[in-house]
Design a protein around this ligand. Structure first.
Ligand code: EPZ
Length: 415
């Protein structure tokens, strides 16, 4: 199992650019099978989740090529509706193949999706919604066998603004007969980006990015060349890396409006943050101050930044309360950070973080993608040597992570 060896205490500084958003690219790969024509997703990050999702559509008969960082998919010769179990169980977004395959073939067979172990991740909203569009979904063990004579538009009211369920419905409803309305839809920037890509393929979607999305089904979709939005979570990770090491950073290819909740917290922490033409300049402060976080569906503070913000709180003076209202027990990083001297008390879906003067290097284990990223940041801030094991989780969502951190002055190597 690969690991990172980190010697902490170096201030990170310099310029870095965010990649395209993992959580925009993954649903776009599913969307590519909605047409028999070629789809090009530009500037794809070189991460294992993208490779796994691309392997899923390739196994269904689509041609899949990486040309530098562009991903070229042509599913004109799609020959199967059964998603391979080995890939499907690796990632959460395999569940989006339900909506995409029902739209294209009116059949789908998938296993229950995998993905980061961040607590219970049911798909009841996905299943109920696709059923409302006319799909019969049979759950047999860990398999979902789905078919639909036809897909018809429906009015859907989500009990929770689920990102994945919103994406699944947009994929299925794009070629359904009639109009579908989703009330209480997810509003994340990646939802709007998927809708924009589908519209560039001929779909008729309005309201994406708001809580009411309307999809008017069309007969056919055509190919497209599409460049996804920047990765707001990767961007936030690098900003916090500069903040916890007392450095300063110039971060390019980032949309400020998509990252404003984090910028607010960094300012509370007394970092100096300025933004000019999609470039964010951050200068960290010596006197880092405690701050509270309450995560929630967009535009609230993102749950994907929760573990990373906890590291900043752990080395900031005072007591911070970090509350996660999306995934109730996404706190596996707390146990690992405690090995480095962090003082964190868990209470339900809250982490009470008492800031300490500094962390000490230790041997720690990544349990999921964002936990792993948080442990790397803690190692960069800590005195001495840190080993982060199981970095395969980190490589799911961060391209060339150690190389980029080294370019900012970090002492980190992959072993
Ligand atoms: C997406 O996951 C992201 N993944 C996650 O990012 C992110 O944490 C999450 O949205 C929330 O923002 C991708 O986009 C690939 P949800 P998803 O459906 O779609 C409950 C990362 O680190 N729920 O909005 O799975 C669910 O249990 C990853 O990049 C149901 O109850 O998130 C959870 O509590 C991790 N029933 C909440 O909703 C359902 O049918 C949020 O889930 C679906 C969801």
């Amino acid at each position: 199992m690969d690991k990172y060896l980190i010697r902490g205490g170096k201030k990170l500084s310099g310029k870095i650019c965010a990649e395209s958003a993992k959580n925009a690219v993954l649903p776009m790969i599913a969307a590519a099978i909605l047409t028999e024509e070629e789809v090009v997703i530009k500037n794809c990050p070189d991460i294992s989740d993208v490779k796994n999702m691309a392997a899923i559509v390739a196994a269904l008969g689509a041609s899949v090529d990486f040309c530098e960082s562009d991903l070229i998919i042509n599913s004109g010769k799609l020959s199967s509706y059964s998603v391979s179990e080995s890939f499907g169980k690796e990632i959460r977004t395999s569940v989006l193949m339900l909506g995409a395959l029902l739209s294209r073939t009116k059949k789908a067979l998938i296993s229950y999706p995998g993905g980061c172990d961040i607590g219970l991740r049911p798909i009841d909203i996905h299943i109920a919604s696709l059923g409302m569009l006319g799909a019969n979904i049979d759950e047999r063990g860990d398999k979902l066998i789905c078919s639909a004579k036809k897909l018809s538009g429906a009015k859907l009211v989500f009990p929770f603004p689920s990102v994945g369920a919103t994406e699944n419905v947009m994929l299925a409803a794009s070629t359904a007969e009639g109009t579908t309305c989703i009330y209480n839809a997810a509003k994340e920037p990646e939802i709007k980006d998927l809708a924009d890509m589908l519209v560039s393929m001929g779909a008729k979607i309005s309201g994406a990015g708001s809580s009411v999305i309307e999809i008017e089904g069309v007969k056919k979709l055509h190919g497209t060349v599409y460049r996804p939005i920047p990765d707001r979570i990767e961007a936030g990770t690098f900003l916090v890396a500069a903040a916890v090491t007392g450095g300063e950073i110039e971060l390019g290819n980032v949309k400020e409006e998509n990252i404003s909740p984090l910028i607010g917290k960094l300012c509370d922490n007394s970092c100096k943050v300025t933004v000019k033409n999609d470039i964010i300049y951050l200068r960290s402060s010596r006197a880092r101050k405690a701050f509270d976080v309450i995560t929630g569906p967009y535009p609230a503070f993102p749950t994907d930044m929760q573990a990373i913000a906890t590291v900043l709180a752990a080395v900031s003076e005072g007591v911070s309360v970090i509350e996660d209202n999306v995934f109730a027990n996404r706190f596996c990083h707390a146990h690992e950070l405690a090995k480095m001297g962090a003082e964190i008390t868990l209470c339900g879906n809250k982490a009470i973080v008492r800031g300490v003067q500094g962390l000490c290097g230790a041997e720690v284990y990544a349990h999921d993608l964002r936990c792993g990223a948080a442990l790397v940041l803690a190692g960069l801030a800590a005195k001495g040597k840190t080993i982060v094991h199981d970095i395969k989780y980190i490589e799911r969502g961060y391209a060339r992570f150690e190389e980029k951190l080294r370019s900012l002055g970090a002492d980190i190597v992959k072993k």
